[in-house]
Design a protein around this ligand. Structure first.
Ligand code: GLY
Length: 334
């Protein structure tokens, strides 16, 4: 078992390893008399918070990440008598982390939350760092709050329960970490890679909790094109698959801008392909639509803005020439 500290003003631990969820009761705050366990029907993972607890089941898929679900949860918490000194425990993937975390952030103006992350994607990303929130019909994650968890348990035993594509989607987020600090992930086994990814994310979050210093935005490496592909929405891509294509695009774009050389692009392609993830754009993807969507990205404050690799590592780059971005899209076609 590996424990990684997220060194914020109120620090917390992320525990990674087989059976990590069994440590849950040791992280439940001493004052808590009750734990509201928020999960989904399809999550076949039981937890024991060591205090009186009740399951609150939210719906499947991204559509459950809504204000309606948060209202429902908060009303159920109130009817059960959950207090501010109790605890919410989210058991599941990104949808559960984001929704349970946001309900915990706003119920009674904030109750502690612990995430038991059961998907690879949640373990290396969504459960860590306190970004909580829900979608609106107008877009993803448009309402939310920073609400740091009291602890995160990444139980690698639960990964065996994942459907194949859900697991693959997590690999896309894991691939991203190969490029963020150095190439130390290459030599590690899966558990080591998860722990290293957690440590990289923990350090970034500790240095730039609210994404005000530009550093936390680097966690969105590969995500500008990924979000455009997901928003266009016709390509049957899971989030991590879209990120995988986005990573290759970001590398090709950085090379076109003279920021990295061909060997670094080849490294990106080999890492992504090594996870058996896609490296090419879906055939039906249209350049004009993708460029328009990328221009609307939340990071885009000064023209097309990307997180790009370069001589000083991965950083935010604004004002990218749309013609260069369009030519780069062409390089990602089969
Ligand atoms: N998923 C990106 C972040 O937590 O900042």
């Amino acid at each position: 078992m590996i424990s990684v500290r997220v060194a914020l003003a109120t620090p917390y631990d992320v525990v990674v390893g087989a059976g990590a969820r069994e440590a849950l009761s040791s992280f439940v705050p001493a004052a808590a008399k009750r734990a509201a366990v928020v999960t989904q029907e399809a999550v076949p993972v039981d937890v024991d918070p060591g205090v009186e607890h009740r399951r609150f089941v939210i719906g499947p898929g991204e559509s459950a990440k809504s204000l309606a679900t948060v209202e429902q949860l908060c009303r159920e918490f109130a009817r059960w008598g959950l207090t501010r000194s109790d605890v919410v425990v989210g058991v599941g993937g990104g949808v559960v982390c984001d929704t349970a975390g946001f309900a915990a952030a706003v119920y009674h103006r904030g109750v502690p939350v612990i995430h038991v992350a059961t998907t690879l994607l949640a373990q290396v990303d969504a459960a860590i760092g306190g970004k909580t929130g829900v979608n609106l019909p107008e877009g993803k994650n448009l309402v939310g709050a920073f609400w740091q968890p009291a602890a995160v348990l990444c139980d690698t035993d639960t990964l065996a329960t994942l459907p194949g594509r859900e697991y693959r989607s997590g690999l896309g987020e894991l691939a991203k970490y190969h490029f963020l600090v150095d190439q130390t992930l290459d030599a590690l086994d899966l558990e080591g890679r998860i722990a290293r990814a957690v440590a990289i994310k923990a350090a970034v979050v500790a240095a730039d909790e609210r994404e005000t210093a530009g550093l936390r935005a680097t966690l969105n490496y590969g995500h500008t094109l990924a979000h455009a592909l997901e928003t266009a929405g016709r390509y049957d891509l899971r989030h991590g698959e879209a990120v995988a294509i986005g990573l290759v695009f970001a590398a090709e774009l950085a090379a076109a801008l003279g920021r990295i050389d061909d060997s670094r692009v080849a490294y990106h392609r080999s890492v992504v392909a090594g996870y058996d993830l896609p490296v090419a754009l879906p055939n039906a993807a249209e350049d004009a639509e993708l460029l328009a969507l990328m221009a609307r990205d939340k990071k885009a404050v000064d023209g097309l803005t990307f997180v790009l690799d370069g001589p000083s590592g991965v950083e935010l780059v604004a004002g990218v020439d749309p013609a260069v971005a369009e030519a780069t899209l062409a390089r990602l076609r089969d």
